[in-house]
Design a protein. Sequence first.
Length: 157
Amino acid sequence: MSKEEDFRKYIKKVYRLTALFSGLFIIAGGILVIYSVNPDFFNFRKESTTPVYVAIEEDEDTIENGIHVRTGLVDAEGLMTVVNNCTNCHSAKLVIQNRMNEERWNATIKWMQETQNLWDLGNNQSIIVNYLVTNYPPPELGRRANLSDIDWYELKD
Ligand code: HEC
């Protein structure tokens, strides 16, 4: 091998190394610049630093087949007034199973106000009583309705 050839190889080596290092230097410099602009850039796990709270929407007042699911009350005018005022202390069942007329409802409400700490219902009282009388009317008393569609049979002796 001639000296000249050796020298050429040496120069080539130096050249390659220089190229390699300047390449690395540029890459490192680039990374440094990106990092200083946006430190989050290399956070590949992408853990958000600001927690995101997703509100879990649970509808407490779902209506299914005309029934307020949570309380079992019929969906009609005044429903939410009844739900908000009459299901806090006892179940709505206690309300539903008592079928009264307007007068007796007002008396029951008065009794609860006097003895059970029920609050003053203001204008809501008529809305509530109206809802109850309309949707849970007292059972009809008196003569039963006429029978219809009856197959009479003949009495034999
Ligand atoms: C502050 C609490 C409270 C609220 C609000 C409340 N009640 Fe009551 N209610 C009671 C208590 C206590 C009783 C007695 C329960 C028992 O006897 O076990 C009662 C009993 C009843 C009874 C049964 C009465 C009887 O003669 O046995 C009915 C019907 C009733 N409530 C309807 C309602 C209606 C309608 C509303 C809404 C206007 C309402 N309640 C709101 C406390 C409340």
